[in-house]
Design a protein around this ligand. Structure first.
Ligand SMILES: CC(C)(COP(=O)(O)OP(=O)(O)OC[C@H]1O[C@@H](n2cnc3c(N)ncnc32)[C@H](O)[C@@H]1OP(=O)(O)O)[C@@H](O)C(=O)NCCC(=O)NCCS
Length: 171
């Protein structure tokens, strides 16, 4: 298999939406469900999205979004650093098709995010549900550091334990 990371195209969305439905069935990600997977992949504050392909077939993706003040991760990052939210970007919507896990796609997608943000002088913070253990291992291997614990509220009064991570800038 030839694994490639490239900017996402609109034509990738049907295959990514189908993969997302499989991810939700296996991993319960996202906790909110996937009633409209293509709509969910079109993030309103997208800076850039990337697709992982196996040969030419989309198998996973990540979106880097502009931070907004009411985002949990942005709030935790601002409390800890006093930084300007305009200088913060938040990776979201990271997933890899269950049939293509463990071959480095997730790590390469996150590396694309980190390289993009660093080249623009943006800090990176994001939240993750504690149940998403594979994602947490991936983030910690990339050097991400947990700065806060929080509770994610969703649906009709449902909650899920979560944490906020930052990727430190190189010295
Ligand atoms: C997290 C996720 C994107 C990783 O994708 P992936 O392509 O398998 O990741 P990689 O192959 O790059 O693996 C990176 C590291 O993640 C960890 N990892 C990957 N799959 C794992 C698994 N099934 N169990 C435990 N750890 C795992 C390992 O530490 C691995 O490093 P190593 O193989 O070098 O030891 C994928 O598991 C996924 O889509 N999970 C469901 C959605 C999700 O949780 N998204 C994140 C929300 S914040």
């Amino acid at each position: 298999m030839t694994l490639t990371i490239r900017p996402r195209h609109d034509e990738d969305l049907p295959a990514l939406a189908a993969a997302l439905v499989r991810v939700h069935a296996q991993d319960g990600y996202p906790v909110e469900g996937v009633a409209d997977p293509e709509g969910w992949l079109r993030h309103p504050n997208e800076l850039q999205s990337w697709t992982a392909t196996n040969d030419t077939h989309p198998i996973g993706q990540v979106t880097l979004s502009r931070a907004v003040p009411d985002d949990d991760a942005a709030r935790a990052w601002q409390e800890q650093t006093g930084g300007d939210i305009d200088r913060l970007a938040i990776p979201v919507r990271l997933f890899v098709d269950p049939d293509h896990r463990g071959s480095g796609a997730g790590r390469l997608l996150m590396e694309a995010v980190v390289n993009y943000a660093r080249s623009r002088g943006l800090a990176i913070a994001f939240d993750v549900m504690l149940k998403d253990r594979a994602a947490i291992r991936l983030y910690e291997r990339l050097g991400a550091v947990r700065i806060a614990d929080l509770t994610h509220h969703y649906g009709d009064g449902l909650t899920e334990p979560a944490a906020v991570y930052v990727v430190p800038l190189p010295n």
